[in-house]
Design a protein around this ligand. Sequence first.
Ligand SMILES: [Zn+2]
Length: 280
Amino acid sequence: MPSIHDLRPGQKYGRLKAVRLVEKCKHPVSGWIYKHLWLFKCDCGKEKITNAQIVITGKGISCGCYKSELCRTINKPPVTRHNLSHGATVGGKTPEYRIWGQMIRRCDSPKDTRFEDYGGRGIKVCDRWRKFENFIADMGLKPSSEHSIDRRDNDGDYCPENCYWATKKQQARNTRRNRFIEFNGERLTLAEWAERLGIAGSVIANRIDKFGWTVEKALTTRNGAKRILSYNGKMLSIAAWARDTGLTSGTIGARLKMGWSIEATLTRPCRFAEKTESLL
Ligand SMILES: [Zn+2]
């Protein structure tokens, strides 16, 4: 994982070349520096000041010119994957564009044959992804023709946090209806276990696939991720506090596990936490 602390003038990410650090932004409550703004120069000649983290993690690769090139091309045939992936100004209905259109139709249009499994179950496409240029900027191009869009949480919406490119094989593993899990003499689908236990299907699947838990542990461990913290008159989930304070959910969870008070957990800057932990 690249770090913003290692960023130096002259380094290049996509079309953006780092020029200089402009500002370190401090969170007003915690005092923690949560972003580094850098000046970048784009290949097209434009300059842009932006959050360096977004650039070095590959989420922003140009001043915006790449996106508008892609956008301009989508209705202009012919296209090949080759010239699209090189950002050239020729285009047409790319595989990504077709996938985007199908995603919207199965969520929006009751006439779509798969509507019942998507829009009919309350699954939506987020507002940002109503624009193809935003969709392609967040998802990037498909890694291969075998890949299609999949959601981590099958009951969740189509949005940047929930979606990734997956092969058919990966998708089948994540499908709520055709995955059966046997436990205590019962054979139920992942979705049925999820409903019965009040744990999201994606949580159960991740426990087994990603973390290698046994079926018993995956089905019998209560889900603590939804814990609500009350502080300063506000009640928020750990994820919401993370957004609010500029800390990560991981840091907040780890501090609580170590027995920190809610106040210390939410107000101490992260650097300090790391130092104390290393002294222990
Ligand atoms: Zn540019």
